[in-house]
Design a protein around this ligand. Structure first.
Ligand SMILES: Cc1cc2nc3c(=O)[nH]c(=O)nc-3n(C[C@H](O)[C@H](O)[C@H](O)COP(=O)(O)OP(=O)(O)OC[C@H]3O[C@@H](n4cnc5c(N)ncnc54)[C@H](O)[C@@H]3O)c2cc1C
Ligand code: FES
Length: 310
């Protein structure tokens, strides 16, 4: 048996799933904001995933994953309770700075709701008044409400369709928080780049410190390949070793979004090949994957965003 046994799994939607993985050393070392690089099998791609929770007593870490491409879809099928991950490297990245602030707003959009949870809990443990702001497309996609309510003094839910909380995206929740609390010391935001950009814009005029967690393409995760370079205040930084947290008011989000789209064609081909292989090995299987017909159509959603149909 490998050390990295999957001890629990929960499916939040057709595309979002949680894996609780046994890894006592990782659980002991993990800090909010850090991530692991996972290989699900010996020939698998190494993919970065944020440590969305850790339980030192149980010796487990929790990953919340969105099935957006070949590897995450493959893991959605193969990672069942009792199976194991082949490799889990980390904890990687500089832990988030959980300062002694009086009032903090923790903002999570879509899949970013999971990785913002350790921040909310850590700020609460540090004595802060914590405002949780989470955004989903619709009520059915919501998860971890109880966990957030347990560590937030105020919890603001936003849904695009208004099926729960405020109708609108997290910017509506941020505006409410700013109205209710002119004394917020810091914002922390995790989600799709467009959402983090919106958050940084909303707080800029108020001159409130706003930290964001960036998710560029990563290869080695050790600062060697340069794949994860991002532009911060005009300077080049490597998100894997200099981040992933950065000052949101300094981030060049447009550059980040352009770089995230660089391999769309290759990603489409990888899903196509994998789906074809699945059909050949199990012709009865009905794949949820719909292969986009064109490159334009294949512009995969950001992994932190809620996937179409999710
Ligand atoms: C620090 C960090 C933390 C992350 N945390 C999570 C998380 O907690 N949950 C989650 O679902 N996803 C997370 N991601 C994104 C996740 O790594 C990608 O979704 C995954 O690598 C996609 O692989 P794929 O083969 O399924 O999809 P692909 O088809 O290969 O790619 C789909 C999209 O995922 C992104 N992506 C692809 N390869 C990488 C890579 N090597 N590194 C980063 N992004 C990539 C690209 O935007 C791409 O368009 C994180 C990324 C980073 C950098
Ligand atoms: S992933 Fe290679 S330098 Fe960051």
């Amino acid at each position: 048996m490998s050390n990295f046994e999957i001890v629990a799994r929960e499916d939040f939607s057709d595309v979002t799933y949680l894996l609780e993985v046994r890894h006592p050393l990782m659980a002991k070392a993990a800090r909010p904001g850090q991530f692991v690089i996972v290989m699900s099998h010996p020939h698998g791609e190494r993919i970065p995933l944020t440590i969305a929770d850790f339980d030192r007593a149980k010796g487990t870490i929790t990953l919340v994953i969105q099935a957006v491409g070949k590897t995450t879809k493959e893991m959605q099928q193969s990672c069942v309770v009792g199976s194991s991950l082949y490799g889990v490297t980390g904890p990687m990245g500089i832990p988030s700075h959980i300062g002694k602030v009086k009032k903090v707003a923790c903002v999570g959009g879509g899949l970013g709701v999971a990785p913002i949870f350790p921040h909310a809990r850590a700020f609460k443990d540090n004595g802060a008044y914590v405002i949780g702001i989470v955004g989903f497309r619709t009520k059915e996609l919501m998860f971890w409400e109880d966990k957030f309510r347990a560590c937030c003094d105020q919890f603001i839910v936003c849904t695009d369709d208004g099926s729960a909380g405020i109708k609108g995206n997290v910017t509506a929740g941020i505006k409410k928080a700013l109205r209710d609390h002119p004394d917020i010391d810091e914002f922390v935001a995790i989600g799709p780049p467009i959402m983090m950009k919106g958050c940084a814009e909303a707080t800029r005029a108020h001159k409130i410190k706003t930290m964001v967690s960036l998710n560029p393409l990563m290869v080695d995760g050790t600062g060697m390949c340069g794949g994860c370079r991002v532009k911060i205040g005009g300077e080049v930084k490597f998100a894997c070793v200099d981040g992933p947290d950065f000052d949101g008011h300094q981030v060049d989000f447009d550059d980040l979004m352009t770089r995230l789209r660089r391999f769309t064609e290759q990603e489409r081909t990888a899903v196509e090949r994998w789906s074809e292989n699945c059909r050949m090995t199990n012709p009865l299987q009905t794949l949820k994957t719909r292969i986009p017909a064109t490159t334009e159509e294949a512009e995969f959603p950001d992994p932190f965003d809620e996937v179409r149909g999710g």
